[in-house]
Design a protein around this ligand. Structure first.
Ligand code: THU
Length: 132
């Protein structure tokens, strides 16, 4: 699919997933959609828990759905939120995305259109696996 069209679709899928977020505590809804290199899309939304620290981010849900389906190579992720223009992924999601999706494109949707970043840009000096 042509680049621009594909990004639109990726953002639309993230928006659809955002509506499914389970957020009784914050009402801060996030939707994420991650695309494999072959352009298969996996979506995720945030899921909160009354033990608040156990809440799970949309980005992790999307990535882990894909990984648990056997996917290993990714090209882009789109992220949207109902409360924040340009919802940047949290530090923990950045590290996990870096580990499994490396330097993918990151598309953030907001009222002034879609902004594009690379993982390397939003996670400089990333921690990398050494031998344990
Ligand atoms: N959240 C995400 O899902 N992704 C982010 O990148 C930032 C935060 C969720 C966690 C929590 O359910 C809500 O947003 C408010 O922090």
């Amino acid at each position: 699919m042509r680049g621009g069209m594909f990004i639109k679709r990726l953002v639309r899928e993230a928006e659809k997933s955002m509506k499914l977020a389970i957020t009784p505590y914050s009402d801060f809804k996030v939707g994420a959609s991650i695309a494999t290199k072959r352009e298969k899309i996996y979506t995720g939304c945030n899921i909160e828990n009354p033990s608040l620290m156990l809440s799970i981010c949309a980005e992790k849900v999307a990535l882990l759905k894909a990984l648990s389906d056997g996917e290993r190579s990714f090209k882009a992720i789109a992220i949207v939120s109902n409360k924040q223009d340009y919802c940047y992924p949290c530090g923990s999601c950045r590290q996990i995305l870096w580990e499994f999706a490396r330097d993918i494109d990151v598309y953030l949707a907001g009222s002034a259109g879609v902004k594009k970043y690379s993982m390397r840009e939003i996670l400089p000096y990333a921690f990398n696996k050494v031998s344990f």
